[in-house]
Design a protein around this ligand. Structure first.
Ligand code: MTE
Length: 314
C-alpha cells in the first residue's frame, strides 16, 4: 500500500453531489419500504441513482466527530480489484453490476444459506453508525455508514461449537475487474476475524453510507466495517462468509506477512515497518492527529485481547 502525500481539495470546493452521483442502482431488488425520493426521478436517472434509505435508527455507537464529505469518502479509495491508485476505483467501478447479488453464509453452521441483498436489508433494522475509519496507510475518515451488527446475520445461521473464526471473500471476476490483473496481491480478496470479534456489536455489516446505498467503489452492495482495526480488514463487495475452525488467511498478510498481520488492530504503539502508526491525517485536513488505541474504541473492545501480546499479534 502506498502513502499519499498530496493535499486534499477542501470539501467546500467540491462539485455538488448530484453531479457526480453516477452509479448503477439495485433499486429493483429493494422492497418499496426502502425506496425514497429517487422513485420520483425519470427512468433514465433511476438507472444510475443510489437508493435512499428512510427510517434509520441513530446508533448510540456513533462518534460525534465531524464527518468527512461524501466526496472524500467516494473518491479516495482502496479497492485493488479496480486499480491500485486512490482515484481509480471511483472511475473503474462505475459500471460494476451489483444486482442481482447473493451472499453465501456457510461452513460450521447449523443453517447454511444464501441471502439476497433484499433479504439482508430486511434481516434487522437499519442503523446509521458514524464511525472513525483508519487506514493502515495513516489516513482516516469519519463516515455515517448504514447497516447493522454482523452478529445479527451470524446468529441466523447458528454457528456450531466448531466455529472459531469467520472467513470473508470478495466477488472476483477479471472480466468485470480487468485492472485486477495488476493488483499485485492474491485475489479474490479475503479476510478473517475471530468469532468473538465478528460477534462484537461494533462489527458492522454495511449496506450504505450518507443515507443511501453504497457506491461500487466503497464496496457495494455489502461490505464489512470493523472500526477498531486497520481499514484493510473492512472487506468490500462480499459474496462469501464462512464459519471455520482455524484461523483463515487474509489477503494482506498472505501478500506480506512481515508488514500486515491477522489482527491488524489500530495500535499507535506498534509501527508499520516502513512508517509510524502513532499519528494520522484526517482526509480534508493538513495537520496530523495522534492515533488512538483501537482507533478510539478501546473501552468497547480492549477486553477481547486481554492477556495477548499485541506487538506479536499485530
Ligand atoms: N476490499 C477489497 N475487496 N479490495 C480491496 O482492495 N481494500 C481495503 C478495504 N477493503 C480493499 C478492500 C483497504 S486497504 C482499505 S483501507 C479499505 O477497504 C478502504 O475502504 P474505503 O475505500 O471505503 O475507504
Amino acid at each position: 500500500m502506498l502513502i499519499k502525500t498530496t493535499i486534499e481539495i477542501p470539501s467546500s470546493e467540491v462539485t455538488p453531489k448530484s453531479l457526480y452521483l453516477n452509479r448503477r442502482s439495485f433499486l429493483t431488488a429493494l422492497p418499496p419500504a426502502f425506496l425514497g425520493a429517487h422513485e420520483l426521478l425519470s427512468p433514465t436517472a433511476r438507472a444510475n441513482a443510489a437508493v435512499k434509505f428512510g427510517d434509520l435508527i441513530k446508533s448510540p455507537l456513533s462518534t460525534t466527530e465531524k464527518q468527512n464529505s461524501f466526496k472524500d469518502v467516494s473518491t479516495y479509495n482502496n479497492f485493488y480489484e479496480f486499480g491500485t491508485s486512490k482515484e481509480q476505483p471511483a472511475q473503474l467501478a462505475k459500471n460494476f453490476k451489483t444486482s442481482p447479488w447473493v451472499v453465501s453464509v456457510e461452513g460450521e453452521v447449523a443453517k447454511p444459506r444464501k441471502f439476497s441483498v433484499d433479504e439482508l436489508l430486511k434481516l434487522a433494522p437499519l442503523e446509521e453508525r458514524i464511525y472513525r475509519h483508519r487506514c493502515v496507510e495513516a489516513w482516516s475518515i469519519v463516515v455515517p455508514w448504514i447497516g447493522y451488527s454482523l452478529s445479527a446475520l451470524l446468529k441466523k445461521v447458528e454457528p456450531t461449537s466448531k466455529a472459531k473464526f469467520v472467513y470473508f471473500e470478495t466477488y472476483y471476476d477479471l472480466k468485470e475487474m480487468p485492472e485486477a490483473k495488476n493488483a499485485g496481491i492474491p485475489l479474490p480478496y479475503v479476510e478473517g476475524l475471530r468469532l468473538d470479534e465478528a460477534m462484537h456489536p461494533l462489527a458492522l455489516l454495511t449496506m450504505g453510507m450518507y443515507g443511501e446505498s453504497l457506491p461500487p467503489q466503497d464496496g457495494a452492495p455489502v461490505r464489512l466495517i470493523v472500526p477498531w482495526k486497520y481499514g484493510f480488514k473492512s472487506i468490500k463487495s462480499l459474496v462469501k462468509i464462512r464459519l471455520v475452525s482455524s484461523q483463515p488467511l487474509n489477503t494482506w498478510n498472505a501478500s506480506n506477512s512481515k508488514e500486515y498481520g491477522f489482527y491488524s488492530n489500530v495500535n499507535p504503539q506498534v509501527d508499520h515497518p516502513r512508517w509510524t502508526q502513532a499519528n494520522e491525517r484526517r482526509l480534508g485536513e493538513l495537520r496530523r492527529r495522534p492515533t488512538l488505541m483501537f482507533n478510539g474504541y478501546a473501552d468497547q473492545v480492549a477486553s477481547l485481547y486481554s492477556g495477548m501480546d499485541l506487538k506479536k499479534n499485530f
